[in-house]
Design a protein around this ligand. Structure first.
Ligand SMILES: Cc1cc2nc3c(=O)[nH]c(=O)nc-3n(C[C@H](O)[C@H](O)[C@H](O)COP(=O)(O)OP(=O)(O)OC[C@H]3O[C@@H](n4cnc5c(N)ncnc54)[C@H](O)[C@@H]3O)c2cc1C
Length: 470
């Protein structure tokens, strides 16, 4: 084994693997340490969705697009927030990422790229994922990893967890790990932190986004442990102030912020709403069918504790398409009265009691909406989808919250992905790639399609290809 590694990468996920592959291909003696039993990070469960302008595939399909347009649209969607240098680098290199994924064996279906309605619309088709999504990207990486490990250029150690830094903020010289051989010191010219997010660490999440609760689906792989090490070492952590919830879900356990179950169908272009949304005061607060996802998310961010209730009646329950993706009709009906986030009552006053909101406010919210349905227009929030009034008991409510997926905050970096110390200076020998730097850096105070996976792979690839020196 080398005494000193040229490149030592912590985490073998969506970001760590591209850095490792490209650095090893350039001839760097590269080591990846991965805490888990296998490589891949979140890739096996990921949809692998990436936005990219200027890919060969777009040109083959006759789509006229440019990185400049992509950049301008992102900055318009996020209101000029985020780090413009990193966003520019991500989108300028995104097309080459799709080309590279094709070159190493990923296949994109004939319909790709597409326009998505899940997030604010891009003007053209630039949203891609391989036929078999994240697992297919992982298989392509695994083939490259196998070739590079066989030739001796790359070493991967699983069950090997980073436990501390060597050196100080004037120069990082390596890390310590705990693995099969017990505690070990590993020295390296470059250390790249690619250990993912912190969804599973509620205390860290509360410290990084103190202004609002950070709800998330269970995500044990996003342990936040390396972020804690980085913070204690003297790295600057920021980005939480720009957090915007990405999705909306239901808490399986109302006392556990990490128990969100996603799968509510709330994208109006895919399922126009039949229900109304009210806040914890019992009042409506937004146009439920607003076409912009970030507008709906911002409305939820303005509600106390990001909580709201999706309210409907028996007529909607019987006639509307199922509002959940994960519960069949019968299971959804059974959830009311059994699951702590699904409520049913014989009348509006009873429903208000069940969900703890003001009964007259809830009554007014329903009456105002019903008036608009009767008139066929004039909804107080300008909503277009007015399928039927909410008049038939029993009444129902689903407690929902605005939640995050990737971690919004993380290690501050410069445009060469060098980690910054608390005094703002780059720390020699230390880099960060992927979710560990927090997605708001490359998305700003909004969420744009394919800008989680996209920059995770692209910036990591560029880091391995041309930023690292040894
Ligand atoms: C539910 C969900 C859905 C998402 N959907 C999308 C989407 O649709 N589109 C999009 O663009 N983005 C999406 N993202 C974001 C995307 O998944 C992330 O940007 C991406 O996974 C980040 O890759 P990563 O390599 O930084 O982290 P990961 O893939 O999580 O990899 C980190 C690796 O580091 C390892 N590790 C952790 N601690 C240590 C340690 N101490 N020592 C050694 N190894 C360690 C972990 O075991 C893991 O293997 C989603 C995220 C989530 C959570």
């Amino acid at each position: 084994m080398a005494d000193r590694w040229d490149v030592l990468i912590v985490g073998a996920g969506m970001a760590g693997l591209p850095t490792a592959i490209r650095a090893a291909e350039r001839g760097a003696r590269t080591l990846v340490v991965e805490a888990g039993p296998v490589i891949g990070g979140k890739l096996p469960r990921s949809a692998g969705q990436i936005s990219a302008a200027g890919a060969r595939l777009q040109r083959r399909r006759g789509i006229d697009d440019s990185a400049e347009d992509h950049f301008r649209e992102i900055m318009a969607i996020n209101g000029g927030t985020g780090d413009p240098l990193l966003i520019r680098l991500s989108v300028e290199e995104a097309g080459a990422t799709i080309d590279w994924l094709e070159d190493i064996g990923c296949t994109f279906g004939p319909e790709m790229p597409v326009i998505t309605y899940t997030h604010d619309l891009y003007r053209t088709r630039r949203y891609f994922w391989p036929v078999r999504q994240g697992p297919e990207i992982l298989e392509a990486f695994q083939r490259r990893v196998a070739a590079l490990t066989a030739s001796g250029g790359l070493t991967i150690r699983t069950h090997c967890e980073m436990t501390a830094f060597l050196g100080d903020t004037r120069r990082v010289t390596g890390i310590t790990v705990r693995g099969a051989q017990g505690e070990e010191r590993l020295s390296a010219t470059n250390v790249v932190l690619a250990a993912g997010g912190y969804n599973a660490d509620a205390t860290l999440a509360a410290a990084l986004t103190p202004q609002v609760p950070f709800y998330s689906p269970p995500m044990p792989i996003s342990s936040g442990k390396v972020l804690r090490l980085a913070r204690d070492f003297g790295c600057r952590l920021d980005g939480g102030a720009e957090y915007l919830c990405v999705g909306m879900g239901v808490l399986d356990d109302p006392d556990d912020r990490n128990s969100v179950r996603m799968g509510l169908k709330l994208v109006p272009q895919q399922r126009p709403p039949w229900e109304i949304w009210v806040n914890s005061h019992g009042r409506r607060f937004t146009r439920e069918d607003h076409p912009k996802a970030n507008h709906r998310r911002r409305a939820i961010m303005a509600q106390p504790d990001l909580e709201f209730f999706i309210v409907f009646d028996e007529g909607v329950r019987q006639n509307a398409p199922n509002i959940t993706a994960h519960l069949a009709d019968e299971a959804l009906r059974d959830a009311f009265g059994r699951h702590p986030s699904y409520h049913r009552a014989a009348d509006v006053a009873g429903l208000a009691r069940a969900i703890g909101v003001d009964a007259s406010a809830l009554g007014e919210a329903i009456a105002g909406y019903n008036d608009a349905v009767d008139r066929g227009a004039g909804d107080p929030f300008g909503r277009d989808s007015l399928p039927r009034p909410l008049t038939k008991p029993p009444y129902y409510a689903i407690s929902a919250v605005g939640c995050g997926l990737p971690s919004p905050a993380g290690i501050a970096i410069d445009s060469s992905l060098r980690a910054l110390a608390n005094d703002g200076r780059p720390i020699p020998g230390l880099y960060a790639a992927g979710e560990i730097f927090g997605y708001t850096r490359v998305m700003g105070a909004a969420y744009e399609a394919g800008m989680g996976n996209g920059p995770a792979i692209t910036l990591a690839r560029v880091l391995g290809e041309r930023i690292l020196r040894w």
